[in-house]
Structures are given as C-alpha cells and as structure tokens.
Design a protein around this ligand. Structure first.
Ligand code: MG
Length: 119
C-alpha cells in the first residue's frame, strides 16, 4: 500500500524534527522544508497528501506560501500551523484545509491530518 506523504514546512529545526518523528510514528512518509521556497520546489517535484505549514517564517510566510501552493494545485490539502491563535480568525487563512495551534503535543495535528485524509 502506498504510504501517505506529508510535507512539514517550518523555519524552526526543533519543530521540523519533532513533527517528522511524531508523524513517522503514524507510518507517514515525512519530508521537511525550512521555508516556503523550498516547500514549493518539493511540491513541484513529488506530490504530497498533506502539507503542514508554519505561518511565521522569514522570506516567504505561511500565508504567501499557502497561496502559491494553491495556485500550483488548488486541491493540495494544506494545514496551517502556528503558535498564534489569532490567525484562526484571519480571513487570509480561509483557503487552508485545516488549522492547528502549534504544540509539542501533536495529537491535534495528527487528528487534523487523519480528518483531511478521510475527506
Ligand atoms: Mg516559524
């Protein structure tokens, strides 16, 4: 059976490592990118089932990256992930498929990924 591919995009290395490790425990195939540009390059290469995208990143923030991803493939599922709860209400985040508050406890992230995969 084909493994589910997840791309984790975050400028913080500790978050990339944590999410990669946690999501690999769910038997997902996980790749990481440290910024939006790198993420777009990876997405143009092989497809991902879900992209987990940090909002606060230098160079190209998560909202810009989200819009660029959706321009490439509007059906690409993207989960926005940020420590900043106010983004939940931000209208510019409406095109994302899910939203999770960044936490060392990855249960919400895992549940959101499962929910998206079941759609
Ligand atoms: Mg960040």
């Amino acid at each position: 059976m084909k493994r589910v591919r997840v791309l984790v995009v975050d400028d913080e290395e500790n978050i990339r490592l944590l999410f990669k490790e946690e999501l690999e425990e769910e038997d997902y195939e996980v790749e990481t990118a440290s910024n939006g540009m790198e993420a777009l390059e990876k997405i143009k290469g092989l497809p991902f089932d879900v992209v987990v995208l940090d909002i606060k990143m230098p160079v190209m923030d998560g909202i810009q990256t989200l819009n660029a991803i959706k321009n490439i493939n509007k059906d690409q599922p993207v989960i926005l992930c940020s420590a900043y709860g106010e983004f939940k209400q931000d209208l510019s985040s409406w095109v994302s498929d899910g939203y999770v508050v960044k936490s060392a406890d990855t249960r919400e992230l895992k549940e959101t990924i499962k929910e998206i995969l079941s759609r």
